[in-house]
Design a protein around this ligand. Structure first.
Ligand code: BMA
Length: 323
């Protein structure tokens, strides 16, 4: 087998797979979708930005993973419940779905006047959605849940960015009940090179015999704005706070016109993957904050790519905003 460690993902030739023309109601853009297989169908939970610039989440379904039909109306919209309202007033964004204990948990960015924070809710049928809690304070995004308890605890990775959003480290924390979280530890920090400014986990962990496989994004601020690219990370199965390895290089970045041109140029932003039985990973990603696109890789090649740089501790970047 040819191991393509530098560029393991191949784009679907008919990308982008969803644009605003596929949304049956007026909107600005569609991007950053969570993905899951449900009832023998591929289900995407799309972030749709409305004409005011506020986001909500809408379902799309497919029999083959390539051709999707989008629902006629939004599914998750900002909550009117006083416990959530002020924190979601400006939108719900960037969902991730984890199947856990027979239910589907959805983590999302709640965005309001105080900043972004993480919300969690649950569904069993993709009809009824129950909000459970807001599980972080503000300046936190990109939360993914592990698909099983580890050492008796639920596990989540998030990105508390601190200092008014200036930091960009990925953290891991633990919970007995999915609501109360603690024991936070830093997992991965930006470093010079392709991801010097901030990181964030992109897609929920996939269990492989070698470890938990996750995709993450790295951000480099350039003279022309932010550049979002993707790397892969492998965590220890029993001790997910231990890094087995990560790709020292990005493995996927903006190249095509639909990734380089749009509301926010030069962004590829996956929020969901589907692991197929034949070892293929389908990665659904937002392109330029304007489209949904798809690329596929072999899971064993991604694991191999992570092992290129075995590392317990990634170098910590220097403080930018520190006293
Ligand atoms: C991040 C998130 C993503 C978005 C990206 C590029 O901070 O808000 O939703 O795709 O910026 O604009």
């Amino acid at each position: 087998m040819q191991i393509n460690l530098l560029k393991p993902f191949k784009r679907y030739a008919q990308n982008p797979i969803i644009s605003r023309d596929d949304i049956p109601y007026p909107c600005n853009t569609v991007f950053n979708a969570a993905a899951v297989k449900f009832n023998d169908e591929y289900l995407l939970l799309l972030r749709v930005e409305d004409l005011r610039g506020y986001s909500h989440l809408t379902q799309a379904r497919s029999k083959d993973g390539y051709n999707f039909k989008v629902d006629n109306k939004p599914w998750i919209v900002p909550s009117k419940d006083p416990a959530f309202e002020i924190y979601e007033r400006y939108g719900v964004e960037d969902p991730r779905i984890t199947e856990l204990e027979g239910k589907y948990f959805i983590t999302y960015t709640a965005f309001g006047p105080h900043g972004p924070r993480v919300g969690i809710g649950v569904t069993e049928d993709f009809e009824h959605f129950e909000r459970l809690a807001l599980i972080t304070e503000v300046d936190n995004k990109d939360a993914v849940l592990f698909p099983e308890k580890i050492n008796g605890q639920y596990v989540m990775i998030d990105r508390p960015s601190g200092f008014g959003g200036a930091r960009g480290d990925i953290w891991i924390q633990f919970s007995p009940d999915l609501i109360h979280w603690g024991g936070a530890k830093v997992l991965l920090a930006p470093e010079p090179g392709w991801s010097p400014n901030k990181l964030g986990i992109s897609t929920p962990p996939i269990k492989t015999p070698d470890g938990w496989l996750l995709l993450y994004h790295g951000v480099k601020t350039t003279g022309s704005g932010k550049l979002y690219r993707v790397g892969a990370l492998l965590l220890d199965l029993e001790h997910p706070e231990k890094i087995i390895g990560y790709t020292p290089h990005f493995i996927f970045g903006p190249e095509e016109v639909y990734e380089r041109t749009g509301d926010v140029p030069n962004v590829v932003f996956p929020c969901g993957t589907i692991a197929e039985d034949n070892g293929t990973l389908k990665m659904y990603y937002g392109a330029a904050d304007t489209y949904i696109a798809l690329a596929e890789a072999q899971i064993d090649e991604l694991v191999e790519a992570c092992k290129l740089a075995k590392s317990e501790v990634r170098p910590k970047r220097k403080f930018v905003n520190n006293k």
